[in-house]
Ligand binder design. Sequence first.
Ligand code: TTP
Ligand code: CA
Ligand code: CA
Length: 571
Amino acid sequence: MSNRNRVIALIDMDCFYAQVEQRLQPHLWGKPVAVVQYNGILAVSYEARKYGVKRFMNLEKVKEICPEIALCNVPSGEHSDKADLKRYRDASDDVFKVLNGYDSRVIVERASIDEAFLDLTELVDFIIASEDLPEKYSSSLDLFPTTYIADGNDLNEEDNPEWQYDREKTLKIWIHKACNENNNDLLRLAVGAELVEQIRARIKEETQFRCSAGIASNKMMAKLVCSRHKPGQQTVVPDYAFSSILRNTKISSVRNLGGKLGRAIMGKFSIQTMGELSAISLEEISEQFPAQAKWIHAIANGMDEEEVRERDKAISIAVSKNFTGSSALFTVSAVQSWLDGLMKELVKRLTEDQIKNQRTACTLHVGCTMDAQFGKSFQIVTYSSDALYNSAWAIIRNFNKAVDSNAWEPPIVNISLSACRFRDGVDVSSKRITDWICQKAKALVSGEEDNLPSGSFPIPVTDSTDDEAGTSRGFDFIETVEQKPARYVPPEKEFLPESLEDIPEDLLADMPEDIKKELTLYYGQRTPNSGKKQKPEVVPKKKRGAKKRPLTKVVEQPAAKKISDFFTKKE
Ligand code: TTP
Ligand code: CA
Ligand code: CA
């Protein structure tokens, strides 16, 4: 199918993190708000933008130009805590739940935490075949309350003092044209725009969040016009307007041209705009960029055939931490400690992902920046954080050039761990163990188990936001001793605690030998003998009735603040 026949939308949430904070503190709706992380601004509400507040502005300056601004800190302790971005990921899941549930004929591709491409073609075709659209659209424009047509005149790009624009009038003429000139491509876009109005209204209704959208026959143009009338508006760009819209568009603001390639194009041809790029022939482009020439030439004219791919899952799950300036790591113990903390955090997120998406990552990339960037990947055979730590340590230790035994040279300024290449399903071994644990839990909950442990029993807690998002916090434990049986939450999803010690002794005591063996294998699986102590064999330590460990996950409490503390911190 030619890309001209498709109906593609890009939906992007308005000042997303700021709206997440406003939803958490409703008195902030309609007020100037900025979301701050380490004195840097990540998001600015549109009310604050009116005062000139911008991302990356110095906080002193922000307070000066907008004294009433509410500054919401991304919750973080002394150190960076990746888990604190969870509230934004959860909010994103709320939005994707609406998108994915809208209509099975709509293809949804997650493009970022707050953006999605939609391919509406199939649903649009169905509507065109089944409804009398000229009749429907001629009576009222109420179906398009926030729609703009990007015709080049919709923005005063050249600061013309005479500039005037009437959204409704332009829309009316355009809809009339779409319905009466037998112009199927325009009618398809009109139906797409009506659908996107509905989808955005549903997002608002179900999540409280406002968003904007672009609608076009391809991804690149949909993305480009999405921000044209932000916030809370949507923009349709018909193919005939591509060249006038692109004429003054900066090359760097086009999707996929924001980085190196865009800069190289601007440099090689000494140009700034897409209009200038479209004037360069394919032959000339081929001389400079032989591999990308065809694509560049097409994009210059607003042509983009890239498909919308059904995707609701991240391609990789990563944690990373910068140690800039004086916080650079220059001892082996600091590197080990951070690697351990980061790995625990990664495993926590991987396990959440495993439960939610029923998939398992196959490859882990360990990256480390010192005077230069180093990195290496290895195959993931288990989600045990200790085993993964050992494999990662075996890689990272080789980057140390220090002679002194506890020194690290050159100092580390970044560590990153990224898991990718997911395969469907959950490990057979972890599944067997989790099946057994879950069964046991259910038996205890339903009262079938006559020996209800007097101590505690781990049950994965699903908090309300997670519940909404269909995820589970696999590693949190609740105290069930004092609860009535009715309040027990039977684990419906598979889970495995992060470490062997997190499995209560009661459970280990009852565990069949073969499961115990598998569990030992799971936690100790192929653990190289480097860097860190091995996990012990599974041995039930105490008899039933003996004093039990408390149910709540026990976190070591050293005098000083440790990374492990904040990685296990609850929200
Ligand atoms: P954006 O969509 O780029 O911006 P935004 O949603 O805040 O504002 P707009 O209405 O203009 O779309 O980013 C989405 C969220 O991602 C943003 O709210 C905060 C986060 N973010 C970062 O954490 N770091 C960054 O550098 C950027 C650009 C965004
Ligand atoms: Ca956004
Ligand atoms: Ca975005």
